[in-house]
Design a protein around this ligand. Sequence first.
Ligand SMILES: [Zn+2]
Length: 188
Amino acid sequence: MWPWGHAAVGYLLYTAYRRSRFDLRPHGVPVVALAAGTQLPDLIDKPLAWQFAVLPNGRSFGHSLLVAAALLVVLWAVAERLDAHESAVAFGIGYVGHLFGDALYPALAGDFYYVGFLGWPLIPAIEYNLATGGFLDHLFALDLGPLAVFELGLTVVAVGLWYRHGMPGLGVVVPGYDESIPEEQPKS
Ligand SMILES: [Zn+2]
């Protein structure tokens, strides 16, 4: 899945969480934490595997559910101290959403060997077939057309929703931008 696909999946999941749990739209700093969570697995694994050869491949350490669980436990402890639970939840939804987003295509294709990265290092690192051009080629060799359209569609929906929500998170990174719109009240 491309970075924008991960961002879109994360935003849709987090919106569903906020709506179902609090009947509120996403808002403020947690949206930035969510965005970071949606990208972090690739920001960890791709450079360390492709540039520095520290990891076996671009879906290993940062893409493991075991590592994610440990990371989220530590993050939750930090969030407790900082009273930043909502940001921790948003980050966790983004991070775990990324892992399942990457697992989605091979799972749908029935290639369950390529879902094994979720269990690294208990499940040995996947050996991607470099002879056919490597990781990205393998990923998109599954079915480029419909998958690309699917991800673009998700992205359009997510961006539209984000815009309707008053572009939450922008006020955190752009000084002076006021993202406040009349906040919905929880249903009684
Ligand atoms: Zn990934």
